[in-house]
Every structure is written in structure tokens, then in C-alpha cells.
Design a protein around this ligand. Structure first.
Ligand code: 8X3
Length: 280
């Protein structure tokens, strides 16, 4: 799954922070879209531990500020809707340096069949997951090319490869996002820029299922009901950090990660698992 901000209400907000700060510290800089919540926020925390300064972007200032406040001088919050091409260009123009880009913004909306598909939901998912990734990659490639650690990590989903009933719009968008990533890797062959896809299965975050189900909390709770240890955002952040910290000549093309309880989107064990460690 990917971040959960793209389908939430937008608030009128302004960028915060100090554009010059990352360049002044000399630390590498990672920009993380959908960085205010879920996987994006966890990735920000994790990459700071690994020595990065982070720029967290998203549509809502409040969550971004919370992440930035927790990270202090290591972080900067920038309001940016990845679906807004001009807004992305404007926000990125403030950056003097970017070593790692984590395309995490996106998400799912709706669970209808293809026959009952809601065009606006499909459009929103394509705007955030596919065009959003395009906008940010295009805007940041010049800065990334200047970095010896240039890395683009895109958080897709197991839905970038598999399909399931009721997931048509999301799986189509994630398949397209994956195609973008694979095309980009081919096109950048011969340059040092790494192009990585991280494809999580079930990740229990506050907003993913809730957004997909239009705020139906009981329905969202049911998604994870009786699943013994679904992934959490920090698990995916660890996978991202692993791909990033490998030597620059090592490109993890695609990392697929699911909880032990899940073997496929439709093959999910509900019930206890004997972990053998006494705290299952
Ligand atoms: C989230 C995983 O299985 O809901 O991207 O598509 S799934």
C-alpha cells in the first residue's frame, strides 16, 4: 500500500521550514511524499536515524508539522499535492539538494466492481498514484542526478502485480505506477540513479483502509480483524531504508513484503499464529 493522504480533504496551507537547511548541514537529503502519516512518516523517522535530513511533503500541514516537530532540525515540512503538477514544480524549486526520493503518496479509494466503477475514484487514484509519481520524479531528476547517492524508491503494493475483486481501480493504478517505475529504470540505465520499487501487502495504518472505505471505521477495523501481526508502517520503512543503505551499485529492483499471515491478497490467515516466542 502507499500513503494515505491523497484522498483526504485538502486544507489551504503554506510551506514551512527553511529551504536552505538541508544543504547547509551537509547531510544527504531525502524527500518523502505522503510524509505526514503512515509509511511516509515512519520512513522519515527511519531515514533520519540513518543520517539523512528529510523533507516531508503532503497535502495537509498539520501532520507534516507533527513529523517535523518530532525530528527537529533534521526535517522540513512542505505542503505539496503530488497531483498538482505546477505545485510540485514550485515546491521542488525550493530544494537545493535531493539524494533520495521516496514516492509514497497515493492510496486506494473505493471497493466497487469494475461494472460499478466510479470514474471519479479511478481518476483520483490515477492522479495520486501514477501522475503524482510522474510529476515528482520529473521535477526531482535534475537534483537527483547531481547526487552520488541518487535513489528513487516508489512504494507501490502487491496490487501492482496482482488483482482482486473489488480492487479494479487501485490495482490498475498500481500496475500503471509499477510500469512507470520499470520504464524509468530502463531509461536511466547507464546512469548511477537507482530505481527501486517496494511493494507491501497488508499494512495496518490509521488511514489506508479508512480512506478506501470512505471513513467507515467499522469496515476498516474489519479489514485487519484477527490478522495476527499485520505489517506496520515501521516495517515498510525498514525495507525502504535497507534498499537505500545498500552500496550505490546495488539496485533492489523490487522488494515484495507481506506479513507472515498473508500469502496473497486473497490468501489471508485470520486467527492466531504460534510464533514460538511466548508473546504471539
Ligand atoms: C495494499 C495491499 O492487498 O489491499 O496495497 O492491495 S492490498
Amino acid at each position: 500500500m502507499s500513503a494515505d493522504s491523497s484522498t483526504e480533504p485538502t486544507e489551504p496551507t503554506e510551506p514551512t521550514g527553511h529551504p536552505e537547511r538541508p544543504a547547509r548541514t551537509g547531510r544527504p537529503v531525502a524527500l518523502i511524499t505522503g510524509g505526514g502519516t503512515g509509511i511516509g512518516a515512519a520512513t522519515a523517522y527511519r531515514l533520519v536515524e540513518d543520517g539523512f535530513d528529510v523533507v516531508v511533503t503532503g497535502r495537509r500541514l498539520g501532520p507534516l508539522q507533527e513529523v517535523a516537530a518530532r525530528l527537529g532540525r533534521r526535517a522540513r515540512a512542505v505542503v505539496m499535492d503530488v497531483a498538482d503538477e505546477a505545485g510540485v514544480s514550485q515546491a521542488v524549486a525550493q530544494l537545493r539538494r535531493c539524494d533520495v526520493l521516496v514516492n509514497n503518496a497515493g492510496g486506494a479509494l473505493g471497493t466497487t466492481t469494475v461494472e460499478a466503477g466510479v470514474s471519479d475514484e479511478w481518476r483520483t487514484m490515477f492522479d495520486s498514484n501514477v501522475l503524482g509519481t510522474l510529476h515528482v520524479v520529473r521535477a526531482l531528476l535534475p537534483a537527483l542526478r547531481r547526487s552520488p547517492r541518487a535513489t528513487i524508491v516508489t512504494v507501490t503494493s502487491i496490487a501492482s502485480e496482482l488483482t482482486y475483486e473489488g480492487g479494479g481501480g487501485y490495482t490498475a493504478a498500481k500496475h500503471a505506477e509499477r510500469a512507470l517505475v520499470e520504464t524509468l529504470r530502463l531509461e536511466l540505465n547507464g546512469e548511477r540513479v537507482r530505481v527501486v520499487e517496494v511493494s507491501p501487502g497488508m499494512v495496518h495504518t490509521e488511514a489506508f483502509a479508512l480512506t478506501r472505505l470512505h471513513g467507515d471505521q467499522a469496515g476498516a477495523d474489519a479489514v485487519y480483524a484477527d490478522v495476527d501481526r499485520p505489517l506496520v508502517a515501521a516495517d515498510v520503512a525498514e525495507c525502504i531504508a535497507f534498499c537505500v543503505r545498500l552500496p550505490q551499485h546495488v539496485n533492489v529492483d523490487r522488494l515484495v513484503v507481506q506479513p507472515v499471515a498473508q500469502a496473497a491478497p486473497h490468501r489471508l490467515h485470520r486467527g492466531p499464529i504460534d510464533w514460538g516466542d511466548g508473546d504471539a
